[in-house]
Design a protein around this ligand. Structure first.
Ligand code: ADP
Ligand code: MG
Length: 360
């Protein structure tokens, strides 16, 4: 199996330039692998400020790693030829939180669909362009005749976001990175937009990287999950294991903070906040969660925490699990690959109603 997109031990540090002494490690030693021919749905979840958009921007080559590398089709993005980079830009598409920002209010929505085709020279004439655009709109559940010819403000928020998904689709991407794609959309529309993204995964074989602060949608759409806390992965692996039986004290706190009676409640809604004292703990060599952890031990503040493979399909960056083997480079990729393959054979098909099983 060849690798499509890969983050290899990527760290991103902001600040520390000529005039500022303050540095901020937005992402710390992050690794992720998306395979070719094995369409997957990978969730990156975390509170606001945990580094999610930093990961999206790194994977999209919008910003560059301070250490480590991002690779596409086994080539470091930093060393690609213009032709290779063009392929990368076509095959890896993004959908962002606020679709309105992507539109020019004075142009009809048709334009956002035509521009990428023109830029990549993908349609040989007006008729072919029309055909590609119609197909993409239908794939995301929009009627071309009701969508084309309109101005952005004449569409609902949900329709605008679907047009953005269609825009990614016209380029026949291999990967779609969706950074909080439904957080600005009414709760009633969230499920349908996520469902249309999942359809692209199942029917067109597009791998999805779904970024969210919402554990509920994470559970509904994901096969695998990376939970981020202040730029570090605390727990990763099978979404069922991680959300139903979390092992990292931070993941446990998150899962407990979502009342089962209200699965629509989201992270960052007042339950979790960081005090100044906890901030200080987070700057040492050890675990960034130390100041908030009920199980803190001396070792937690002294050493950086490896990820322990507590299970075939899960890793936990916590010394409570130090009896388990340490994950080495490549282990996480194996876990992700197993999860994607397992769900392809249908044994992991999930419906939204499965979230109720958390009550067991
Ligand atoms: P999230 O998307 O999870 O909310 P981000 O990736 O946007 O988090 O931010 C992670 C951390 O990096 C935050 O502490 C944020 O303040 C910081 N950060 C993000 N972008 C920049 C930037 N351009 N310059 C300086 N700091 C940044
Ligand atoms: Mg963000």
């Amino acid at each position: 199996m060849t690798t499509l997109l890969e983050a290899r031990n990527v760290t991103k540090v902001y600040g520390g330039g000529f005039l500022s002494k303050e540095t901020n490690v937005a992402l710390d030693n992050f690794s992720l692998t998306i395979e070719d021919g094995n369409p997957s749905v990978t969730v990156i979840a975390g509170e606001s400020g945990s580094g999610k958009t930093t990961i999206a921007n790194l994977l999209l080559d919008v910003i560059h790693p301070s250490a480590g590398e991002i690779r596409y089709r086994d080539k470091n993005l930093a060393h690609m030829s213009p032709a290779e980079h063009r392929t990368f830009r076509r095959e890896v598409q993004a959908i962002f939180q606020d679709p309105f920002e992507a539109y020019n209010p004075f142009h009809k929505v048709d334009r956002v669909l035509r521009m990428p085709l023109r830029k990549f020279g993908l349609a040989s004439g007006e008729a072919e362009q029309r055909k590609i655009i119609h197909e993409a709109l239908e794939l995301v559940g929009l009627r071309p005749e009701e969508t084309l010819g309109r101005y952005p403000h004449q569409l609902s928020g949900g329709q605008r976001q679907r047009v953005m998904v269609a825009r990614a689709l016209v380029l026949h991407p291999r990967i779609i990175i969706a950074d909080e794609p439904v957080s600005m959309v009414d709760a009633s529309l969230r499920a349908t937009i996520l469902e249309s993204l999942l359809r692209l995964n199942r029917e067109l074989g597009i791998s999805l990287i779904y970024i969210t602060h919402d554990l509920t949608t994470a559970y509904q759409v994901g096969q695998s999950i990376f939970v981020l806390y202040r730029g570090s992965v605390t727990e990763l692996g099978d979404v069922e294991l991680v959300i139903k039986h979390p092992q990292h004290p931070y993941t446990r706190l998150l899962v407990e903070s979502i009342p089962l009676a209200d699965p629509a409640r989201r992270w960052g809604e007042g339950t979790i906040s960081i005090t100044a004292e906890e901030e200080n703990h987070a700057t040492g060599p050890g675990c960034k969660f130390l100041g908030r952890c009920r199980h803190a031990m001396p070792i937690c503040g002294e050493q950086s925490v490896p990820t322990f493979r507590t299970d075939d399909l899960r890793g936990v960056a916590c010394f409570l699990h130090q009896d388990a083997p340490v994950m080495v480079d490549g282990d996480a990729a194996t876990v992700l690959s197993q999860l994607a393959r397992r769900s392809q054979v249908g044994s992991h098909a999930k419906t939204p109603s499965r979230k109720e099983e958390r009550e067991e």
